[in-house]
Write a protein that binds this ligand. Structure first.
Ligand SMILES: [Zn+2]
Length: 456
């Protein structure tokens, strides 16, 4: 069993910073920067990196582009799993899914210390504003937040039927976050805002529909099982783009709300996504089904003191890295034993390359399809089962992952990480009240818990 210490102490901070320096490899001499006063983490559900304007995407996204212009953009950021709760659990624990134990949605995260707990313990006010039932505090991510706001107002059609109050639209979440900011003056805070809008169904609010004659390239796409025609697939892609435009407007409202209140001074903003979306690539509409780029590559933008404006970071990162990165920025000790790396020296130019040389990830079993893993090193991406030879893609020559080559045994970094096992086996146990609530909402059958991320 792995042991992770989260004791906050000056000695711990010194050790953690020293370790961070070792990880970063060669680095220029740098004057330590003081901690930021405020850190704002924005996670956007279901946002493919390649649909963000600054990543070359088809949606202008001026707010996200502006964030990239004021800070750093990581070109190779990945989720360890294309599923909401396990991906957010990795972000908040700094651990791979097979180490924190949340391997699918609606499985509570227990026993593993969280980013927000550590920040709270350091005396910094914490608040979260989330927009999906999948992040309900009963699943464990509320630990460490003084305020954890979830006020669903919108229905969602789950695979078993309609759920009347499942998610909140981005403007409602932004309003709530800005109201919290205005409720009382706070010199320091850690604020997490989660948006759900790009998740299916793709029905952008009025004013954000994309023009019906907007050209939609379906190159490389094939019809997902539930889609009848390419015209319908094009319409769904158009709807998704409208949702991305809408959520970008909400990011803009939040950022400008902070700026106009003078709260962006000496503050950090981190924006990312929990996973991408199929949109017809590799024959899949939503997410959770495979480990191709459209489902696992996410945007990662970081605006922070010391990070040069407009910096483009060509290298790898994954969501696990954001816990140690956020702690470093806030001046809170980074615990040892994390799977994540502190990205701050790389982002500030104190290290010449990313401390992460390999990305690891997993997709849960989807019977009769097996549990899948991936390891990406440079442009080479391996996908396979725990004990198979798998397949390899050359992302440089074949970015659409159309030509699979025979692989070898599971690569060394993946095999070594999987061999260390999980931290908390009990994470898979639901308490009776949560089980009843989920059954009432139609998530769970009477027997095995097998909630699906999507599946309309
Ligand atoms: Zn999600």
């Amino acid at each position: 069993m792995r042991r992770i210490g989260w004791a906050a102490s000056a000695a711990g901070l010194a050790l953690a910073l020293a370790l961070a320096g070792c990880e970063a490899g060669s680095r220029a001499a740098a004057t330590p920067m003081p901690p930021v006063k405020r850190l704002v983490l924005i996670t956007i559900d279901t946002l493919r990196a390649d649909h963000v304007g600054v990543y070359g995407g088809p949606v202008p996204t001026p707010a996200m582009n502006g964030l990239a212009a004021e800070g750093a953009r990581v070109t190779g950021a990945y989720t360890p799993t294309p599923s909401t709760a396990p991906a957010h659990a990795s972000l908040f624990t700094g651990l791979h899914p097979w180490h924190h134990g949340v391997l699918e949605n609606a499985v509570p995260l227990v026993g593993v210390p969280l980013l927000a707990e550590h920040v709270q313990r350091a005396g910094i006010p914490t608040a979260a504003f989330v927009s999906s039932y999948i992040l309900h505090p009963r699943f464990g991510l509320g630990r460490g937040f003084d305020t954890y706001h979830f006020a669903p107002s919108r229905p969602y059609v789950w695979r078993t039927g309609p759920v009347p109050e499942f998610w909140a639209q981005g403007d409602e979440t932004t309003d709530a976050a800005l109201a919290w900011i205005d409720a009382e003056p706070r010199e320091r805070f850690f604020l997490w805002v989660h948006y759900f809008d790009p998740h299916d169904p793709y029905r952008p609010p009025p004013g954000f529909e994309q023009p019906r004659d907007q050209p939609i390239s379906l190159q490389g796409k094939s019809l997902p099982p539930q889609i009848r025609s390419f015209a319908q697939l094009a319409a769904l892609n158009r709807g998704y783009r409208g949702e991305v435009a809408f959520v970008d407007a909400q990011v803009g409202r939040l950022i400008e709300g902070l700026r106009s209140r003078g709260l962006l001074d000496n503050a950090a903003v981190i924006l990312t996504a929990d996973h991408g979306e199929g949109l017809g690539d590799h024959g899949w509409l939503t997410h959770g089904e495979n480990l191709f780029e459209e489902q696992v590559r996410v945007p990662l933008l970081v605006r922070a003191p010391g990070v040069p404006a407009g910096r483009v970071l060509e290298g790898l990162a994954q969501l696990e890295d954001l816990a140690p990165t956020a702690l470093h920025l806030l001046g809170v000790p980074v615990p040892p034993g994390l799977d994540g790396h502190d990205l701050v020296p790389w982002m500030r130019g104190e290290a010449t390359s990313s401390p992460r040389h390999v990305v690891l990830g997993r997709r849960k079993p989807k019977p009769p399809k097996p549990e899948l893993f991936y390891e990406q090193r440079g442009a080479e991406k391996w996908i396979g089962t725990r004990d198979s030879v798998g397949v390899v893609f050359d992302l440089a020559a074949d970015p659409r992952e159309a030509h699979a080559h025979a692989g070898e045994e599971p690569p060394a970094a993946l095999a070594k990480s999987l061999a260390t096992g999980t931290v908390v086996a009990g994470s898979r146990l639901l308490d009776p009240e949560s089980r009843r609530a989920l059954q009432a909402l139609g998530y769970l059958g009477d027997g095995e818990e097998r909630p699906e991320e999507s599946g309309r």
